[in-house]
Design a protein around this ligand. Structure first.
Ligand code: COA
Ligand code: MG
Length: 297
């Protein structure tokens, strides 16, 4: 089946524990590009079934009224919960599934087949629901990151995480003494960039834990954007606006990108040009077009 997923803006994706009515109510007016109604780690076992119902009710009540795309993070495909989660939340208005602990692109394909049937049952267009995996949460997943190279049906972005991977490894921490990410988790970050790029979808950075540190979040977003990430997950409502601003191109960047595109348009036979005494060639043009596209969608 061909995917009908088109690239939607996913700068900020706010996690909202789906069993928490107060947080669900608060999320309605949040500026995040997407809300991720969470059924996994933020919901204890005894509340999982109730959380499914709350998520489905929230989607039915709000999907057509709020700007944010509505995602649900289901439980991992290796748990007995995943299929029940899907059966409950694939309702009209669901934009996407976040898949935790994905082991490879084969898990995305498998989830896509389940969605085919559930969309048909719900009277939705087949292919309407996209998938964003958390792609680095198991050791096997790290070894399989090359599986995302090439088109993957329904894939709309790839994000990564360091916490579950360190737990899976049995590491005492994912950071070294100097506070920097240990090599395995820096690799997870880098492979997220490569896998998403190879799949043709945006790489979405992992959460910034210290939700009261707004300056720290803004600085982390700047670094992340320089490295190529196009957005970031949020865990607190105050993080969304900071993330949206940080991943949007600045007016200087837009102006520079427009000059590059205009310069190549004016000299269609030139492979290299100079602007303000600096050499520019095809990679600069590709980057400039990407910058302009980020401001348009
Ligand atoms: N989504 C929606 N609303 C949220 C929220 C979230 N993720 N996090 C906090 N809020 C709400 C609170 O309910 C509170 O609303 P109120 O004024 O109506 O009471 C307000 O925002 C301020 O919250 P604050 O007191 O600053 O935070 P907290 O101590 O209540 O919660 C966390 C802190 C980390 C527990 C909370 O932000 C959270 O649950 N985050 C998401 C966790 C998650 O989903 N993890 C899974 C992915 S790793
Ligand atoms: Mg987790």
């Amino acid at each position: 089946m061909t995917s009908i997923v088109t690239e939607q803006r996913l700068r900020s994706m706010l996690f909202v524990p789906a069993d928490n009515e107060r947080k669900l109510a608060k999320a309605v007016s949040n500026p995040a590009d997407a809300l991720i109604l969470d059924l996994e780690d933020s919901v204890v076992e005894a509340r999982k079934v109730g959380a499914r119902r709350s998520a489905a009710d929230f989607i039915a009540a709000h999907a057509s009224k709020i700007g944010a795309q509505l995602f649900v993070r289901i439980n991992a495909l290796t748990t007995p919960l995943a299929m029940g989660d899907l059966a409950a939340v694939v309702v009209p208005g669901l934009a996407g599934i976040m898949l935790p602990k994905a082991n490879s692109a084969a898990d995305i394909v498998r989830l896509g087949h389940c969605l085919d049937a559930l969309e048909a049952r719900a009277g939705m267009q087949i292919g309407a629901v996209c998938i964003v995996p958390v792609a680095t949460e198991t050791a096997a997943a790290m070894l399989n990151m090359q599986s995302y190279a090439g088109p993957v049906p329904r894939l709309a972005g790839i994000t990564w995480g360091a916490e579950d991977l360190s737990a899976a490894i049995g590491a005492l921490s994912n950071r070294d003494d100097d506070g920097a990410l240990s090599p395995l988790y820096a690799l997870a970050n880098a492979l997220c960039l490569c896998a998403a790029t190879a799949a043709g979808v945006p790489p979405i950075d992992t959460l910034y834990v210290d939700f009261k540190d707004e300056a720290g979040l803004a600085a982390a977003c700047r670094t992340s954007r320089r490295r190529g990430f196009r957005g970031r997950v949020a865990i607190h409502p105050d993080q969304s606006a900071i993330i949206n601003a940080a991943y949007a191109p600045t007016s200087e960047e837009l102006a520079h990108a427009q000059r590059i595109v205009a310069a190549f348009a004016a000299s269609p036979d030139a492979g290299t040009l100079s602007i303000d005494g600096a050499m520019i060639d095809r990679p600069h043009l590709i980057q400039a077009r990407l910058t302009l596209a980020q401001s348009n969608n």
